[in-house]
Ligand binder design. Structure first.
Ligand code: BDR
Ligand code: CA
Length: 334
């Protein structure tokens, strides 16, 4: 069956998406290819939630379920720049996508490396392109170092990563930043505007259990897949705070909502440094929210920090409605 049309307002935005699919990356992809205000030019894969080969398989499976148009999908880095890889199968399942037993996709990956694919898409783009980075930033750091001129062609990067408060991989570090802190530091300092959609907003956007059931019972397999993935979020630690409220978090998909509908996100332009030293703080995104400078600056000890647009608040109901209505192909309530 066909899903209904979704209304959009404003210009179509050209995007490329970097993923470590991933239950919530899958939700993000289902949303991105359904939203009429977004045109997805490429999807690049990186090791994170699962090994990169599995991430590619999962991504192709999601696109097939979504009846997405042909979109090039390329494999990228199999491990972080310096640290060894650590998957998140305890959260996302052995196959990285909730172990739903889905059949393999007939779609094939693009033969180019992720970095080459990004270089080509950015070189050929006639209009501005936004990068939505939902995974450890290894591929993007490699792009910055290998093809800096291509990187500079990005209009902006919306990063799911980091936190101005509590972490998840460690008490202070969010998983994507913790998995490859050196990559995050390189990307933040690359001179491209970055919006940091971090844990301060990440867990707050969700779909209520009734919405999950509606999706899971839908005739279209794209909506059914979203429902199954959200039920996984409800069952596992992946849902975190929202699970306690009977809501399944949409996770990475919230960062795509922030591109489709920027008015739902509140940001502050703040200096951010990534802690690279070994030890308890590694991978922490140190966000400077002080109203005035302190001893570090007075004594000339402050290291230069990139200023990012840090997400500090979100209209969670608005993005939850946007996600659900887009996947269902129905008008939203906000
Ligand atoms: C991030 O880490 C991954 O587990 C999720 O897919 C998300 O990108 C949250 O810390
Ligand atoms: Ca992810």
């Amino acid at each position: 069956m066909q899903l209904g049309p979704v209304k959009t307002h404003g210009r179509t935005q050209n995007v490329v998406i970097d993923v470590d699919t991933g239950v919530d990356d899958a939700l993000a992809l289902l949303f991105a290819v359904r939203h009429p205000g977004l045109r997805v030019h490429a999807i690049t894969c990186v090791a994170g939630n699962a090994a990169v080969e599995q991430v590619v398989r999962n991504t192709l499976t999601v696109l097939e379920h979504a009846d997405a148009p042909p979109i090039p999908v390329a494999a990228g880095a199999a491990r972080p720049l310096i640290a060894p890889p650590h998957d998140a199968s305890h959260v996302h399942g052995r196959d990285g996508m909730a172990d739903l037993g889905l059949p393999p996709s007939p779609r094939k990956p693009d033969p180019r490396h992720a970095v080459e694919l990004l270089r080509d898409v950015l070189r050929d783009a006639a209009e501005p392109v936004t990068l939505i980075a939902l995974a450890p930033l290894t591929n993007i750091a490699l792009l910055a170092r290998t093809y800096p001129e291509a990187m500079q062609r990005l209009e902006r990067i919306v990063v799911m990563g980091g936190t101005a408060s509590t972490g998840n991989a460690t008490p202070v570090a969010e998983f994507n930043a913790w998995h490859d802190p050196e990559a995050a530091a390189i990307v933040f300092a690359a001179g491209v505007p970055v919006t940091m959609y971090g844990l301060d907003v990440f867990y707050r956007v969700g779909v209520a259990a009734a919405g999950c059931d509606k999706l899971a019972a839908h005739e279209h397999r794209s909506a059914r897949l979203a429902g199954q993935l959200l039920r996984h979020q409800l069952r596992t630690a992946a849902g975190e705070a929202r699970t306690e409220l009977g809501m399944a978090t949409i996770g990475d998909a919230g960062a795509v909502c922030a591109v489709a509908d920027p008015a739902g996100l509140v940001t502050a332009h703040l200096p951010v440094q990534v802690e690279l030293a070994p030890g308890f703080g590694r991978g922490q995104t140190v966000v400077d929210r002080r109203a005035r400078s302190g001893e570090q600056e007075l004594h000339g000890m402050a290291a230069p920090a990139a200023r990012l647009d840090v997400a500090i608040d979100v209209d969670a109901a608005r993005y939850g409605d946007l996600f659900l209505s887009t996947i269902l192909g129905e008008p939203g309530t906000s």
